[in-house]
Every structure is written in C-alpha cells, then in structure tokens.
Design a protein around this ligand. Structure first.
Ligand code: SF4
Length: 492
C-alpha cells in the first residue's frame, strides 16, 4: 500500500525539509530540466500552437458552463452503449461504489491503470480495508507502491527516485507482491523495465477486474479515452472481464472534434511527444472484444464547489499534462511531496485548496507556494492563469474564507503569521496618512541604518531568513529630492 498525504505539515515546513535533501534536489533538477527542454522543442514544431491553446481553453470553458447538459448526454451515451453510470458526490461514496462493484464480481484483487482521481479519493486504501488488493501497473506507480511511498509528480510519480533507489526497491519489495526481482538485478533501465514487465505480466493474465481513470470522456458517443506511454494501461483496459473507470466530471468534452485539439496539445506538453504511443478508446461494451462489463463512476468531490468560484473555476480546465510543474522554480526545489496532495506543483497549489474546501493548515498554505513568476501560465496548454488564481485564493485565506457555493461556506484558516502581516499593513497605512511622522521615521531609519539587524526577530524571522532585507539609503528620497530638485518646476 502506498503512503498517504493525511496529516502532512503545511507547505513551508514540508518544503523546508525537502530543500535540504540534496539527492532529491539533484533528481528533480535533472528530470524537470530535461523534460522542459524537450517540451519547448515539441511545441515549437507546431505553427498554430497559440490557436490550439486558445481553442482548448474555449472548449473547456464552454463545456464547464454547460456541464449539467453534457453530463446527462454522456450518461445516456454510455448507457446506450452497454455501460452503467454511477454518480459519486465525494470520495467516500466513490470508494463505496467501487468496493461494492468489485465484491459483486467475487474477486479480491484488481489491476489499475495510473489514475489521479483514484489517488485523490484514496481508493487503494479503501479497497484494502475491504480485503481487496489493488496492483498499480504503471511503472512509476509500481515503484511508488512497492516503496510504500507517495507520488510526487503528475506524470512521473516516482520522479524523486533515481535508478539506484528503484533497483533497491525492486530487489527488496517485489517478492512480497508477487514475482520477485531477477537475481543480480542492476540499475540499467532495460533490466529494471524487464523486471517490472515480468512482475506485472502475471497480474495482467490473472486479473478479472481492472480499474482506470480517463483523460477524456466524449459526451456525444460515451467514449472514454486513456493516453499513456507504456502499454500497461491498454492491458488493464482490455484483458479483465470487468472494467471500472473513476473519472472527475470535468474530464468531459462535447464532441470528437473537440477531442482532436487535446490529443495534439496533451502529448507535446506532457511527454514532449507528437502523439501518445498508446491512445486507448472504448465505448461501453462490445461482444467478444474487451471487458464484458463496464462501469463509469462520475466523481464530483469538490468540483462543483470549484465551478461556483468565478476566478478559481479555470483550474477545472486542467488536462494534467504537468508542464507547469516542470517549469516551476518552487516545485524544482521543494519537490512534490511538500504540496500534501496527489496534485503537486502550481496546479496543485490552486486545485487542492478548492477541491478539499476544508480548513486545514496545508490548504491555507498552498496558495503561497509560489513566487508568482508566471512560468506556469506561459506553458499551460489550456491557458490557466495560475498566478491569478493563487492571488485570489490568498485573498480567501487572509479573509478567513468568504466563498460560498451551494449554500456551503468554504473556510480556509489563515496560516500563522498573517495576523502579523495585517498588523504591519495597518501600521503602514497609518504612516502613509501622517506625512510628518513618515518623514521623521525615514530620517531616523537613515541615521541608524548601520545598527539595523539583517534578520527580523519574532514572527518576521522566517520571512527574513530567506530574503535579503533592503539597504536603507543614507539620505531619505524626500530629503534628496528637496535638496537637489527643491524649487525647480514647482517641486516641493
Ligand atoms: S495547469 Fe495547465 S500546465 Fe499545469 S498540469 Fe494542468 S494543463 Fe498542464
């Protein structure tokens, strides 16, 4: 069973620990810089990238505006194609539905395609509690599961591990989950991949139930789409007799024509490929081809609350490409675990506090996990203005939670230190509205500047530890202006 994010400390504390881990920082720096360089090249090949990006944004906005209509259309299409649709308001309901469906088959193990939605709801842990073992089959997810670890990247969940660490995990843990690692396993990529292939193959051939997410759902035909690079996903989607897909309600697109846009932008933004090596699509069930039973669990879990927020709702456009993580200077140094959620990086900083909608230290700290440099917005293939949403959420945090939706108050507790920030702002306002006092204060600050400490005491200590305090000039600007410009052109 993988570790969970329950009880994670607030971002600054978790990040503080991560930045001192030199191995982690080395692994992350190498991986993110390699991916970001490749992505830039893949995007530059497309002459109409800006138009595709705009089209993706508009399609998602249109779909979200009419989500109720498209969801009903999707349900009708899936049902007509032989599938069964279930609606889950939250994680508990979704987990209960899936556990009951698996139990109804009489099976006690399932194979899983990499799926963020099932991680979001803690499905593996819920199934374990019901005596059902879930096997992750995506290579990176397998590494995370065997290492009893947590994912730290959307696309490459084990990005924080290097090859030596992966070899050690395989050697130590594979035997407990099934076929052991081959004797003398080294850390060469080919040997590691072969060990994983052999380990997983027996599970694919045995499993009667598969569980997946989906990258997209096409409302007009009820078709689900999974894109991936390894082919393990396709085995999960086609070999079992029963397939259960758990998908967030925002993953819907109205038509195949809309899908075409994202099948161009997603692979270039995520793996820097022109198209995904494996694009699996299925519509309900087909006699003699693939699973005989198909269930679709449509997951809300905070999405309609997010939709009610006019600024924050753009986070629901996300197609989980991870481009924003790979360019983020904060993610590169802090790593994915510091975000306390399956959604790390810039998108996690705006999505988790909205989806979870609860008062917690970690959620209140996430909107501050950014320098607002805007690199995430620049690369986002659906033009989510992440800095705008971060600032918006900071307002909510400082105000102690003001946003209501569906009659529910969404409360974010102000993080420690915000009381001091408010006091500082009040003092500044008083000084700016009393020019005489401001001038006296500035002169005093200039005269005593050699005595100023380089770090602040008390609540300001943490803030000044990571920043250079500005040097106070020998002469205040107003005095300099008066001395050099006084009397000229009406200067006072
Ligand atoms: S926010 Fe944009 S860049 Fe980040 S994962 Fe989502 S779609 Fe990709």
């Amino acid at each position: 069973m993988s570790g969970t994010f329950v009880g994670m400390p607030a971002f600054p504390k978790a990040a503080h620990e991560a930045v001192h881990d030199t191995t982690l920082r080395g692994n992350l720096r190498h991986a993110t810089h390699t991916i970001r360089g490749k992505r830039a090249k893949a995007v530059a090949e497309v002459s109409d990238w800006a138009e595709l990006r705009e089209a993706g944004k508009r399609i998602k906005d249109h779909t979200l505006r009419h989500l109720d209509r498209y969801l009903v259309q999707l349900e009708e299409s899936v049902t007509a194609a032989g599938g069964t649709v279930h609606w889950a308001a939250d994680a508990d309901e979704a987990n209960r539905i899936v556990a009951d469906l698996v139990k109804a088959t009489g099976e006690s193990e399932v194979v899983k395609v990499k799926s963020m939605a099932t991680q979001e709801i803690g499905l593996n842990e819920a199934l374990e509690a019901e005596g059902i073992r879930a096997y992750e089959t995506d290579l990176a997810e397998l590494i995370v599961q065997l290492g009893r670890d947590r994912p730290s990247h959307i696309l490459v969940p084990a990005i924080h591990r290097n090859r030596g660490e992966i070899r050690d995990i395989f050697r130590k843990e594979m035997s407990e989950w099934g076929r052991p690692a081959p004797d003398g396993l080294t850390d060469t990529p080919a040997e590691l991949a072969e060990a994983a292939r052999l380990h997983l193959r027996e599970k694919f051939l045995r499993a009667k139930v598969g569980i997946s997410g989906a990258n997209f759902m096409v409302a007009e035909t009820g078709t689900l789409v999974v894109v991936e690079s390894e082919g393990n996903g396709r085995m999960c989607l086609t070999l079992p007799e029963t397939l259960i897909s758990v998908v967030g309600i925002e993953k819907i697109v109205p038509t195949w024509r809309d899908l075409e846009v994202f099948l161009q932008t997603l692979p270039r933004s995520s793996t820097a490929e022109r198209m995904n090596p494996y694009t699996s699509m299925w519509t309900g069930t087909t006699d003699g081809d693939g699973p005989r039973t198909f269930h679709l669990v449509l997951l809300d879990n905070g999405r309609t609350d997010t939709l009610a927020d006019e600024v924050g709702r753009q986070a629901l456009r996300c197609i989980r490409c991870s481009a924003c993580l790979n360019v983020c200077p904060v993610y590169e140094r802090a790593g994915g675990h510091a975000y306390g959620s399956v959604y790390p990086g810039p998108i996690g900083a705006i999505l988790s506090p909205q989806l979870r909608g609860v008062s917690s230290e970690i959620d209140a700290s996430l909107p501050y996990a950014s320098s607002l440099c805007g690199a995430c917005y620049e690369v986002c293939p659906v033009a989510i203005d992440i800095p705008e949403v971060l600032v918006h959420l900071r307002e909510r945090v400082v105000e102690g939670g003001q946003v209501t939706s569906n009659g529910n108050k969404v409360v974010l507790k102000p993080a420690k230190g915000h009381a001091a920030e408010r006091a500082a702002m009040r003092a500044t306002r008083w000084a700016f509205s009393h020019p005489g006092a401001l001038r006296t204060g500035q002169r005093l600050a200039s005269r005593t500047r050699r005595l100023h400490p380089r770090t602040l005491p008390g609540p300001g200590k943490a803030w000044s530890e990571t920043r250079d305090l500005p040097t106070v000039p020998a002469e205040p600007f107003r005095d300099w202006w008066q001395r050099t410009q006084g009397g000229k052109d009406g200067a006072k």
